[in-house]
Design a protein around this ligand. Structure first.
Ligand SMILES: [Zn+2]
Length: 285
């Protein structure tokens, strides 16, 4: 599988850096304004000015994070393929300034999939909190769809987001594919995030997942020091964030996790119900 890091030039002259596993589709989505809440939405038309291919998402995410922090001049040198200037800027020689993070960038730059984050002036540019939760839950739905469509796995998706609104890890159920009983969407997303950060602690992060985590995943979230779990459908049989067990809030642990359940819960539940109904040849709801 291939991954791309790309840069768009927006109508107002600002740059947007993102990563994707399908560049063609993502650019079409940006053009159409189909990336929910995205920074580029009101700044169309857009032009794809740079892209680079990577063989793993971890490499692509690392590169995306690095380039997002670059100054405008350094981004322009990258677009122009001016390696001499790029290395000068990297060493901070030009005009006596270090190439600090996004000095001349507009303050409303957003995360890789359009998540709001605090601007350079400390102003919160997010929409309402609920819109944000729903945006990430829909992101998790898209990952769940991949589990079902591409691998015929139970459609559960999870995305781990940093305090700044950056995607650190994405996952969907891979038990059958990987012959791995622990490959639940949450674990897959946390593993990827750990590799991206180079740290087994995911402090301050939020995990968005379409189904309430099980006991295994709940304990992994506690071990990782994740700050918040936002889930869609409750799991009355094995849910461990309040439905059957309440592992993430147990006062005997030295870390407790804030839980928000039922975000787009009806839709999340319907998606799972329909997956199992389709398996049994029963009509969908
Ligand atoms: Zn689990």
């Amino acid at each position: 599988m291939q991954f791309w890091v790309y840069m768009l030039e927006c109508a107002d002259g600002s740059y947007y850096v993102g990563q994707t596993d399908c560049l063609e589709r993502r650019v079409v989505q940006h053009h159409a304004g189909d990336v929910p809440g995205c920074y580029t939405f009101k700044r169309r038309p857009l032009a794809l000015v740079w892209s680079q291919e990577f063989s793993s998402r971890v490499e692509a995410l690392t590169s995306e994070r690095r380039i997002k922090g670059w100054s405008r001049a350094r981004k322009q040198a990258l677009i122009a393929g001016d390696w001499k200037r790029l290395s000068e800027l990297a060493r901070g020689r030009t005009s006596g300034q270090a190439p600090s993070a996004g000095m001349d960038e507009p303050c409303e730059e957003r995360g890789s999939t359009g998540s709001p984050r605090t601007g350079a002036g400390g102003r919160q540019v997010s929409d309402s909190v609920n819109d944000n939760e729903e945006h990430w839950m829909r992101h998790a739905f898209a990952l769940a769809d991949r589990a079902e469509r591409e691998f015929d796995e139970i459609p559960v998706g999870a995305v781990l987001v940093s305090p700044e609104g950056q995607v650190l890890g994405e996952g969907w159920n891979r038990n059958i594919l990987d012959h791995d009983p622990s490959a639940h969407a949450e674990i897959v997303a946390m593993r990827e995030a750990g590799r991206v950060l180079g740290n087994h602690r995911l402090v301050g992060c939020t995990l968005y997942v379409t189904l309430e985590p099980c006991a295994m995943c709940a304990m992994a979230l506690v071990h990782a020091r994740v700050a918040r779990v936002v889930y869609g459908a409750s799991d009355p049989k094995t849910g461990a964030c309040g439905s059957v067990f309440d592992l993430v809030a147990d006062p005997r642990h030295n870390h407790r996790i804030e839980v928000i359940g039922g975000v787009l819960g009806d839709e999340a539940g319907r998606r799972l119900t329909n997956y199992f109904r389709a398996k049994r040849g029963r009509p969908l709801v």
